[in-house]
Ligand binder design. Structure first.
Ligand SMILES: N[C@@H](CCC(=O)N[C@@H](CS)C(=O)NCC(=O)O)C(=O)O
Length: 198
């Protein structure tokens, strides 16, 4: 199937996950990049929230990084970046990406919102301690899991590593991986990949 893909991205953002997935899959794409895209009328036609990442695939809009990356991986099954639906490995893919969104990313995102996203008068800095503790608690679960495997699903690199790796890297930039050495090693392993965008 010929794919006509446009990625709406802003370099230091969640759109890194989609760019990395596209590169791993070897798919051609056009990119529209820039901070001025955010909340623009052009982007709102693809993502009504006016946020990145968003894509047009053969003229059809799709948003949310997890949905985009999972769909792209499904479109090119021969690359082996995702397990087939209905398999135990696909369940593990869903488990770890749900875990990353709700147990890891939610807390660093809350920190970011209360540091530079929200207007100053709306920020609640008292949340930071609680957010950091919740992130570290979940990171320890992943750290124990990654003591016995190099990658999240089936011990081979997959799109789950791209999605979860992004959240972990975000936490690492905030100094939240100091008690989880296996996660540090895992991130280093991901960053060795030539297409890694982290
Ligand atoms: N749940 C969305 C979140 C998208 C999101 O919040 N993107 C940020 C960049 S990382 C954005 O576009 N922010 C612009 C804004 O909120 O003004 C996803 O995972 O794709």
């Amino acid at each position: 199937m010929a794919l006509d893909i446009t990625l709406y991205e802003y370099a230091p953002s969640r759109s890194k996950q989609v760019r990395w997935t596209l590169l791993e899959l070897g798919l051609d794409f056009q990119a529209k990049e820039g901070i001025e895209l955010l909340h623009s009328d052009e982007l709102k036609k693809v993502n009504p929230m006016g946020k990145v990442p968003a894509v047009l695939i053969n003229g059809e809009p799709l948003f949310e990084a997890v949905a985009i990356c999972t769909y792209l991986a499904d479109l090119v099954p021969e690359k082996g970046l995702i397990a087939a639906s209905g398999t135990r490995e696909r369940a593990l893919h869903l488990q770890w990406i749900s875990f990353a969104l709700t147990e890891l990313e939610a807390y660093v995102w809350s920190n970011a919102r209360n540091t530079f996203v929200l207007p100053e008068e709306q920020r609640v800095t008292a949340l930071f301690e609680q957010n950091n503790a919740a992130f570290v608690k979940a990171a320890k679960v992943l750290d124990r899991y990654l003591a016995g495997t190099d990658y999240l699903v089936g011990n081979r690199f997959s799109v789950a590593d791209i999605l979860v790796g992004f959240s972990l890297n975000w936490g690492n930039m905030m100094g939240l991986l100091e008690k989880t050495p296996n996660l540090k090693k895992y991130l280093a392993r991901l960053k060795e990949r030539p297409n890694c965008t982290l």
